[in-house]
Design a protein around this ligand. Structure first.
Ligand SMILES: Nc1ncnc2c1ncn2[C@@H]1O[C@H](COP(=O)(O)OP(=O)(O)OP(=O)(O)O)[C@@H](O)[C@H]1O
Length: 265
């Protein structure tokens, strides 16, 4: 049984002449423990798909099923961190455990262990406003993984970070997710990120987003960021960019080119 499956999934916004077909129809199966990355042009419905998976939005047609156990529900990581500024770093990481009613002591210990793994131990009592962007995103990652989710949903988690930090956090996430083994769906504008992290990379069309191609990076697990210098990496990145180029061009042709963020090769 796949952990995530979507059939005939579509979503539109608005009504009448203002109606926008944002997504679909999408057919998708994600197997248990699989790491799937979604790439596609801006506005093709990637976030919409993820928000439906997270239960934050209803589909207009079709269905998306997430098969998780109640004690290990899905966790989500957002581009803007999604952490609470009024809670300490420790309380942020403990948040999901508090919601699950894990006893305070055990929750504290688990949260501290995750802070340790992400190099944040000494910031347990600090508030997020005192942290850099990279550290805030580490808090968000720690918070998501602390609940030992069966399914991890990530919406461009590193988009707000600079290139070096992004590479560093990709490598950290790679190591962490390979140990955690959660079924993961990650949205990214970066083909490199998708190739480093994914078992499968799905390419989406321009809006309404459908899945038009899929590639499996041929790098054995456990893998490290060293795959970036594999000649097959560059070849696959070029191939994916070729697939994506037409879709991005379509978006640019439809809208003002100056305002549309294209995918980064
Ligand atoms: N709540 C909403 N109301 C109206 N339109 C919406 C809403 N949410 C999304 N849309 C529209 O649906 C389309 C898909 O949006 P979505 O955010 O899913 O795309 P995306 O692929 O994640 O884009 P990006 O890569 O730029 O983040 C866009 O045209 C967007 O304007």
């Amino acid at each position: 049984m796949p952990k995530i499956s979507a059939h005939g999934l579509s979503r539109s916004f608005g009504r009448g002449s203002a109606r926008i077909a944002a997504l679909g129809p999408v057919e998708l199966d994600v197997e248990e423990g699989e790491f799937v990355c979604l790439v596609g042009p801006s506005g093709c419905g990637k976030s919409t798909l993820l928000r439906i998976a997270a239960g934050l939005l209803r589909p207009s047609a079709g269905e998306l099923e997430l098969r998780t156990d109640v004690s290990h529900p899905a966790a989500m990581i957002f581009q803007d961190y999604g952490i609470y500024d009024w809670k300490t770093v420790l309380a942020n990481v403990r948040f999901g455990l508090d919601v699950q009613r894990v006893p305070r002591r055990a929750a504290d210990a688990r949260a501290r262990a995750w802070l340790e793994r992400l190099g944040l131990a000494e910031f347990a009592a600090a508030y997020p406003s005192a942290l850099s962007g990279g550290m805030r995103q580490r808090v968000a990652i720690a918070r998501a993984l602390a609940v030992e989710p069966e399914v991890l949903l990530m919406d461009e988690p590193f988009a707000a970070l600079d290139a070096q930090l992004r590479t560093l956090l990709q490598d950290e996430l790679l190591a962490l997710t390979q140990t955690a083994g959660a079924t993961t769906l990650l949205i990214t504008h970066s083909l490199e990120e998708a190739l480093v992290l994914g078992d499968r990379v799905l390419v989406m069309s321009a809006r309404p987003g459908r899945i038009i191609a899929e590639r499996r990076p041929p790098f054995a697990r456990p893998r490290t960021g060293a795959v970036r210098s594999d000649p097959r990496f560059t070849a696959l990145k070029d191939e994916l960019w070729e697939l994506l180029r037409d879709e991005v061009t379509e978006v640019h042709a439809v809208r003002d080119t100056g305002t549309v963020r294209g995918a980064t090769a």
